[in-house]
Ligand binder design. Structure first.
Ligand code: BGC
Length: 405
């Protein structure tokens, strides 16, 4: 800090009045200069702070609530020049993402609740959550590792969905602030929900301008399977602003994984060519969702995994969503090999959102970057096996921008 050394000097009582007046004038002038200098420094400091904040996002922390078993749930607010994102420690969930439309009007573009109670009472939507240990389904809740059969909870139509009854979405994560973000950590003990190995998961959210980046890293002390993803529901027109059926989607993927009637991949990887699953060119989501197509009927809309171009582990575009109404654009990039495009088919309007609005069918869409569903039972899919001594990293980024009319 700037300090001024002239102040507080002794003035001898022996000095004359003139000297006293001169001294007083000098001291006032000095104070004015000091004031100017101090203001200049304050401005410089503020400007550099704003620049740093705008680039890396400022982070603040508050208490969001308490779980029934007495655990405090914190919420972190990440702010950049373009986006404000709130993330809580219950389920490492994205609670809100606020960003401007093409006219500068801010809206919250993710579905959720205004208070923790809403999340605690909802065991089926996974709003904003990190899901694990295994995002999406494992057939009949069983798989084999090295000839040993493991059983995990069956919680969805005879299958295991999103890690079981008490998955990572329903646990309170440990958190600490990092540059421009927050890192959440969860240690899942050996045998948790039937999965082998003590698994340590770190999920780091960081914000840079319009990009909210998620870095996952997982390690284990016994061979296990793992597939973490984020289950945020986006509606680029804003939470509560109708359905996503008018939004336009691009998925740069030539193949997808069709499913059986219980939403387990058949194992085939057919081409999207000539099907309602072809989103290689930007297409309105609602344009074909009601087509008479067996796969759409099974899922009640889109709820499938697309096979992304490029290699597993390399960054690539997973999806782009454009809302012609607001001009908001969401671009998703990932190092994962697949993306589950889920058009919110099971939202049934019974759950009420942040402003009391009901979350009707198709009121939000998920783009869950992931390894393919049921990979442990499909040796031809990219492996989800994780061995002791390995650390698996993956990164997904949600970037927000706007597009003129
Ligand atoms: C699944 C859906 C499921 C939903 C639960 C999605 O990831 O693919 O089938 O209903 O999560 O909210």
């Amino acid at each position: 800090m700037l300090t001024y050394s002239g102040e507080g000097r002794d003035i001898s009582t022996k000095v004359g009045v003139k000297t006293l007046v001169q001294n007083a004038e000098l001291s006032m002038r000095a104070k004015r200069i000091e004031g100017k200098l101090t203001m200049r420094w304050v401005k410089v400091i503020l400007l550099s702070m704003t620049t740093v904040m705008a680039a890396h996002g400022a982070v603040t922390k508050a208490v969001f609530g308490t779980t029934p078993d007495g655990k405090t749930v914190d919420i972190y607010t990440l702010k950049s020049d373009l986006v404000e994102a709130r993330i809580m420690t219950y389920g490492a969930r994205i609670v809100s993402i606020k960003t401007a439309d093409r006219n500068g009007k801010i809206a919250d573009v993710v579905l959720g609740y205004s208070a923790l109670d809403g999340y605690l009472a909802d065991s089926s939507t996974y709003f904003g959550a990190v899901v694990g240990r295994y995002g999406n389904r494992i057939a009949n809740g069983s798989f084999k590792i090295d000839g040993h059969e493991y059983h995990v909870p069956i919680n969805n139509n005879g299958q295991s969905l999103h890690g079981g009854l008490l998955g990572f979405d329903k646990l309170v994560w440990q958190a600490h602030e990092v540059a421009g973000g927050v890192e959440m950590t969860l240690v899942s003990p050996d045998g948790d929900q039937g999965y082998p190995g003590k698994l340590t998961a770190h999920v780091r959210y960081s914000l840079l301008h319009g990009a909210l980046r998620i870095d996952y890293s997982v390690s284990t002390d016994k061979t296990t399977v793992v597939n973490l993803t984020n289950h945020t529901y986006f509606n680029l027109a804003g939470d509560g602003a109708g359905t996503i059926l008018g939004e336009e989607l691009t998925l740069p993927a030539d193949h997808y994984t069709p499913v059986t009637p219980v939403l387990i991949p058949t194992g085939e990887l057919p081409s999207v060519e000539g099907t309602p699953f072809d989103f290689r060119k930007s297409t309105v989501i609602g344009a074909r969702i009601h087509d008479s197509n067996e796969q759409l009927k099974i899922a009640g809309g889109y709820d499938h995994n697309w096979v992304l171009r490029g290699n597993n582990g390399e960054p690539k575009t997973a999806a782009r969503v454009y809302d012609p109404q607001s001009g908001r654009v969401l671009t998703v990039t990932t190092t994962e090999p697949g993306v589950q495009f889920y058009s919110g088919n099971f939202l049934d309007g019974t759950k009420f959102g942040k402003a009391g609005e009901s979350h009707v069918k198709n009121s939000g869409l998920c783009l869950e970057t992931q390894h393919f569903p049921d990979s442990p039972n499909h040796p031809s899919f990219p492996t989800t096996l994780l061995k002791p001594g390995e650390t698996r990293h993956s990164t997904t980024t949600f970037t927000f921008s706007t597009h003129a009319k």
